[in-house]
Design a protein around this ligand. Structure first.
Ligand code: KG4
Ligand code: ZN
Length: 413
């Protein structure tokens, strides 16, 4: 829909007026909701957003580095750092302007400080510390995975505790969220994350040369091609079938896929870098195995939670989030498990699954409401590239050695 500039200006004025009236104490209205600016730079997205206490997004801005990293064949940390440096000021400015909020009206600034790429985290943290000192605002350091886990609560009421599966380019973890800063870690990635593995498979298949995939991330490209593929053609082994815990491993699967690719290249007499005729079937088989691994680990986590009374009997919930959670086939495979175990599955829409400033601002709101982890502007904070989420329960989960009943993973396309 296009709007005439005059109409846009008029609407903007109207919104400003509404805001002035609402916030005016002399008119006896409720006091203004507290406002939080969130800043995200932990990986390859520079994001900022202003949220009020109810979770309404007043303004946001996001600069994605995806296209640059697609061309260079993966994230080069110094390049990511340079791009964050070039864009952070504009992105934060844009989020403030779009929300029509002057920095003086902010109640706090929340910024990702862990885990992530050191060089990327450093840019967001340095910018934020300067900003909070300049405007004399409290600072809320944010754990990136805590933010992914809590995003769902911005969109709908989801009470603690709930089980959360977070899958992205940098992480794979299962945890029980018991409170804003209270997590039990049931499983984590032992080698690479599922998004990373899919990105590497996509690169090995040279999917960037595929006419339908040139602008897609590896995971998105695999999902698209898998729609027209036969997942039974390459029966890859689901990882860690003999390890009865909730940890994840994707490096071995990637190796299996690579071996198949090499074999097929030899059979078709083509060089690495040329598109194979069976890319759709490889994509479908790899995606199915990733989905099956995630589903099995989640199934065991649900049984562990049930055995230990970690979830409520009323409406027990699994939340699926992180970049890989936008994959519909993976969502469906998780639904099979939650249906079989009597839980409900919640997934934020794709734009809230991937990295953004909104989820960081929301985490700031949740912490502000509870008065947890709010620092004065002059406190020095360090970033932490590696940081586990919550209390590590992986040994207890392993010791329980829960065997899974078989569940038929028949996933419709
Ligand atoms: O959460 P995110 O934006 O960034 C972090 O890694 O923290 O996730 C990006 C990852 C990439 O590896 C990308 O390939 C993957 O999420 N991804 C997908 C899909 N969309 C993005 N993986 C599978 N299917 C998708 N549709
Ligand atoms: Zn993320």
């Amino acid at each position: 829909m296009t709007m005439f500039p005059a109409k846009v200006k008029y609407l903007h004025r109207l919104l400003q007026l509404k805001h002035t009236l609402w916030c005016s104490p002399s008119l006896g209205k409720a006091p203004c909701s507290r406002l939080v600016l969130g800043i995200e730079t932990s990986c390859d997205d520079t994001g900022a957003a202003v949220l009020d206490e109810t979770g309404e997004i007043l303004g946001e801005s996001l600069h994605s580095q995806k296209d640059v990293h697609l061309r260079t064949g993966g994230i080069i940390p110094t390049v990511a750092q340079q791009l964050h440096r070039e864009h952070i000021e504009r992105v934060v400015q844009e989020a403030l302007e779009r929300s029509d909020v002057d920095p003086s009206r902010l109640s706090a600034v929340a910024t990702t400080v862990k885990p992530g790429l050191a060089l990327s985290l450093g840019i967001g943290l340095e910018f934020s510390q300067k900003f909070v000192r300049q405007h004399n605002k409290p600072f809320i350091p944010i754990h990136h995975m805590e933010a992914h886990a809590l995003t769902v609560r911005m969109l709908q009421p989801v009470a603690f505790p709930f089980l959360v599966l977070l899958v992205s380019g940098g992480h794979s973890l299962l945890a029980v969220a018991r409170g804003v800063d209270d997590f039990l870690l049931l499983g984590h990635a032992l080698d690479e994350a599922p998004g990373d593995a899919l990105d590497k498979v996509a690169r090995r298949l040279s999917l960037i040369k595929h006419p339908q995939c040139s602008t897609l991330s590896g995971g998105q490209a695999i999902e698209l091609l898998a729609e027209d593929g036969d997942r039974t053609r390459f029966p890859f082994r689901t990882p860690m079938g003999q390890t009865y815990d909730c940890c994840f491993s994707f490096a071995g699967l990637r190796n299996q896929v690579n071996m198949t690719i090499m074999k097929k290249e030899a059979e078709e007499g083509i060089e690495q870098g040329t598109l194979l005729s069976c890319v759709n079937d490889i994509a479908a088989s790899a995606q199915h195995t990733v989905a099956s691994h995630l589903a099995k680990r989640t199934h065991r986590a649900i049984l562990f939670c049930k055995a230990n009374g970690l979830l409520p009997s009323d409406s027990p919930t699994v939340v699926l989030s992180g970049g890989v959670a936008s994959n519909q086939y993976i969502r469906k495979s998780l639904t099979i498990i939650t249906d079989a175990t009597g839980l409900r599955l919640l997934c934020p829409p794709a734009k809230f699954c991937t990295d953004n400033g909104v989820m960081i601002a929301w985490n700031g709101v949740e912490r502000l409401r509870e008065g947890k982890g709010i620092l004065p502007p002059d406190v020095d904070v360090s970033y932490e590239p590696k940081a586990r989420l919550g209390v590590d329960m992986t040994a207890e989960v392993k010791a329980a050695a829960i065997r899974l009943p078989s569940v038929r993973m028949k996933i419709s396309k």
